[in-house]
Design a binder for this molecule. Structure first.
Ligand code: PTJ
Length: 249
């Protein structure tokens, strides 16, 4: 379907269609469309723009990732469909592998996602392997991680992650950078740094921030990595509430 450029929801509808294409190409699950719908509701309350809190979080996230000894980028169906080029760019900037790590595990979908990421310039893509992150039994096959990827990572970037796995990564002693439009989600509140923004904006924002900070001395990165995640999330919630109240008037 062609969306007229002047449509007030033009960008949002385009993103929807990118996910629908992802579903047809076997990258995205049906539940992925529902997850996007939940995200859209929060994006509406952001005015579909990156708020200053997302920029501040992206700076702290970039500092953490640049300081990391073994950073890894976890990719699921939605993130592969929404931001493959930017995730590949982040991977190249950091020299960090992308690891396909699915909520709804499927070997076929893993392979398709890996091929899609490679076609968009990802140098190294790891597929779910033989290691496990320790966590609640309910994690089941979602605990599976690659022995040379998330299993040994010190900082993990998780766009659109579920709360159980974020909690498991934190308990395993890793730092987690999350991208989540919902500032109230367990992922957002458990992660070390949460960028509350749409992944289609957050991924290029993070890539640009990384490019600008690459080569900073260690002490400067150390200072930039100090971050009050809960305080930043509270400010985003207040921003959304203000917008909600404003819309009603
Ligand atoms: O490909 P799979 O099998 O790994 O499955 C991926 C999904 C996303 C279906 C799975 O991880 C899932 O069910 O996720 P949840 O628990 O619904 O969480 C998705 C979170 O991402 C929610 O808090 C949404 O608000 C948020 N979200 C959705 N779309 C976006 C988003 N955040 C940023 N950008 C988006 N475009």
């Amino acid at each position: 379907m062609r969306i007229p450029k002047g449509h007030p929801r033009y960008h949002s509808l385009q993103v929807r269609h990118r996910l629908l294409q992802g579903l047809r190409d076997g990258l995205v699950t049906e539940a992925g469309l529902i997850a996007q719908g939940r995200g859209e509701a929060f994006d509406y309350l952001l005015g579909e723009r990156s708020p200053s809190e997302a920029r501040r979080a992206a700076r702290a996230a970039a500092a953490l990732l640049l300081q990391a000894r073994r950073p890894v980028i976890s990719v699921n169906g939605n993130s592969a469909a929404l931001a493959p080029r930017d995730l590949a760019r982040i991977s190249r900037l950091l020299g960090a592998p992308l690891e396909v790590n699915l909520f709804y595990t499927s070997a076929t979908r893993e392979r398709r996602i890996a091929a899609h990421l490679r076609a968009h310039g990802a140098p190294t893509v790891l597929l779910g392997g033989g290691a496990r992150v320790p966590g609640p039994a309910a994690l089941g096959p979602r605990a599976r991680v690659h022995p040379r990827g998330i299993a040994v990572a010190d900082v993990v970037l998780v766009p659109l992650e579920d709360g159980d796995r974020t909690g498991a990564l934190i308990r395993a002693g890793k730092k987690v950078v999350a991208v989540d439009l919902n500032p109230l989600s367990r992922t957002a509140r458990t992660a070390t740094v949460t960028i509350v923004d749409n992944l289609v904006r957050a991924a290029p924002l993070l890539a640009e921030t990384l490019r600008g900070m690459k080569g900073w001395p260690e002490e400067r990165l150390e200072r930039a990595a100090r971050f009050d995640n809960r305080g930043n999330l509270d400010r985003v919630v207040e921003r959304m509430v203000r917008r909600w109240t404003g819309i009603r008037r």
